[in-house]
Each structure stands twice: as structure tokens, then as C-alpha cells.
Ligand binder design. Structure first.
Ligand code: CU
Length: 78
């Protein structure tokens, strides 16, 4: 499943890298790309292994916030 998020709270390129590496290290994530300029994250993941909520929580744990713009949230298409 692919999900896209708007990310708030990033203040430089290394914030984006930090989020990207954390997402990549998350179980079930096939690929993750975070754009600092676009304030956006694109994540490909196995929905049988983890949920969109888990990805959002991971981002929030790093003190950024994420709003889903495309994908699935609680089983509903966004
Ligand atoms: Cu930064």
C-alpha cells in the first residue's frame, strides 16, 4: 500500500532524512521518501504488517506531525 503525508515541523534537510530513515527502519515498510522542500512523505508498506497509524505515530515520536493526504486510514480510503 502507498500512503502520502504532509509533514509539519521540519526545519531543514536533515529533519527529512531523520524521518526517512526512521520510516525505512519500520517493520513492513518497503520504501520511504521524505521531501523537505515538498514537506511531504511517500511510504510504501505492507498493510498486513503495520497500519498507517503506526507510521504517523513514528513521525510524531520524532516531534513532527503528519497528515495523510493519500492512502488508507482505519481501513477507509483517503
Ligand atoms: Cu532539521
Amino acid at each position: 500500500l502507498q500512503a502520502k503525508f504532509n509533514i509539519t515541523g521540519m526545519h531543514c534537510e536533515s529533519c527529512a532524512i531523520d524521518i526517512q530513515e526512521t520510516l525505512k527502519a519500520t517493520a513492513g515498510v518497503h520504501s520511504a521518501e521524505v521531501s523537505y522542500n515538498g514537506r511531504q512523505a511517500t511510504v510504501d508498506y505492507d498493510e498486513n504488517v503495520n497500519q498507517t497509524e503506526t507510521l504517523i505515530k513514528k513521525i510524531q515520536d520524532l516531534n513532527y506531525d503528519a497528515t495523510i493526504t493519500e492512502g488508507e486510514l482505519q481501513g477507509e480510503k483517503v
